[in-house]
Design a protein around this ligand. Structure first.
Ligand SMILES: Cc1ncc(C[n+]2csc(CCOP(=O)(O)OP(=O)(O)O)c2C)c(N)n1
Length: 376
């Protein structure tokens, strides 16, 4: 195992002091150590991984120094365009050190959404012409590896990727978390919204614990899962999946259960929903101001007004609530609201320690939903 402090110090020794990215559970300890030891202007959690590459490029243009972009390998897709058409040596030749959490590494048990990405992670970097190595897990070999990576970057001006296996970083717990005084848990809020819907409605839920909590709710009340599309991967796209269904099934109410991190990751989606304005679209954003599913790192969710963003994009009705009674009141009035409707539900961070994962496969989930949609 590698101590996050040792790795961070090695980077600093080579003048690497700027960090941006989207957090990942495999990088949780490293992200926490960076957050505790780096001024906020030099550790920026970006809206998405492509945006992080843009920020990193701007940092290099302004300082001439090497930036770090950290991400889960799922985020690699978001970076392909800026890595190939901005930082690549055939374009602007801007250096960047990529630190990539390797979910779905072949031979390591993981969730279905990580399998393909894990299989092709190295091949994808090869195809992009990005030199890469797996981060060593032996502290005595670390200094040499960081030196090799930074020297390569300095000599060529190109990107270099360190791929991080599960369990590489020793545990480190974030010290600097600020508590937000919110009472409602996300799981309770999900139960309340889901139980208020009819058995004709459709839910498209976002990546991470929101889908896991919705799945567990259906199990607990002994309902099937056919009404729910669990967007286990493709973070940030649940609202557009819901839009695609809503536009083509105007006879159904379609609910998107979104997270603040996911909604902000591809916030342009709000403009498309507002512009098309389906009368059967209900967007519920469970806003805990955090990427809770991968360690609780902050988003800007509680610093911006997501309902105002939606309103400005053309949603017909928006509301924001932060406790159980208000949520019940909003749900009771739902029929009176014009759609598209966005309801922000402010919730506290955290989840049950024994929260399970979907026991059905993504393909079973898809088939059940399609049968459900075609049955009535
Ligand atoms: C493109 C991409 N980047 C990063 C991840 C890792 N990831 C999974 S869930 C999650 C956090 C989601 O945060 P939010 O939408 O606010 O929901 P919360 O977990 O707080 O309920 C992240 C960063 C991912 N799956 N895909």
């Amino acid at each position: 195992m590698i101590s996050p402090k040792l790795f961070y110090d090695e980077l600093n020794n080579h003048g690497v002091e700027f960090f941006t990215g989207v957090p990942d559970s495999l990088l949780k300890s490293l992200c926490a150590y960076i957050a505790d030891n780096t001024p906020a202007e030099r550790n920026i959690i970006a809206a998405n991984e492509g945006g992080a590459v843009g920020l990193a490029a701007g940092y290099h243009l302004a300082t001439g120094r090497i930036p770090v972009v950290y991400m889960q390998n799922s985020g690699l897709g978001n970076t392909v365009n800026p890595l190939l058409s901005l930082t690549d040596k055939l374009v602007y030749n801007i250096p960047v050190l990529l630190i990539i959490g390797w979910r779905g590494e072949p031979g390591v048990k993981d969730e279905p959404q990580h399998l393909k990405q894990g299989l092709v992670t190295e091949a994808l970097l090869d195809a992009m012409g990005i030199r890469h190595e797996v981060l060593v897990d032996d502290e005595s070999a670390l200094a040499d590896q960081v030196k090799r990576a930074t020297q390569y970057i300095i000599q060529t001006g190109e990107a270099f990727a360190l791929i991080v296996r599960k369990g590489t970083f020793a545990p480190y717990k974030l010290q600097s978390a600020t508590a937000v005084p919110l009472s409602l848990s996300r799981e309770r809020a999900i139960q309340l919204v889901a139980s208020s819907l009819s058995d004709h409605d459709v839910i498209v839920s976002t990546t991470g614990m929101i889908s896991r909590e919705l799945f567990e709710y259906r199990e607990a009340v002994k309902q099937g899962h056919q009404q729910d599309f669990l967007t286990v991967g493709s973070m940030g796209h649940a609202s557009q999946i819901a839009l695609g269904i809503a536009l083509n099934r105007p006879d159904r109410r379609v609910f998107c259960f979104d997270g603040d991190g996911a909604a902000i990751m591809h916030a342009g989606a709000l403009a498309i929903i507002g512009a098309l304005s389906p009368a059967n679209y209900y967007h519920v954003v469970f806003n805990n101001g955090a990427h809770d599913s991968v360690g609780g790192q902050p988003t800007v969710g509680l610093n911006v007004s997501i309902p105002s963003m939606a309103k400005a994009c053309g949603y017909k009705t928006v509301a924001s609530i932060d406790d159980e009674e208000e949520l019940k009141k909003e749900l009771a009035q739902l029929k009176l609201y014009e759609s598209p409707f966005l309801l922000e539900v402010k919730v506290k961070k955290g989840a049950r320690a024994d929260l399970g994962r979907p026991t059905t496969t993504p393909i079973q989930n898809k088939c059940a939903l399609m049968d459900f949609l075609s049955s009535t």
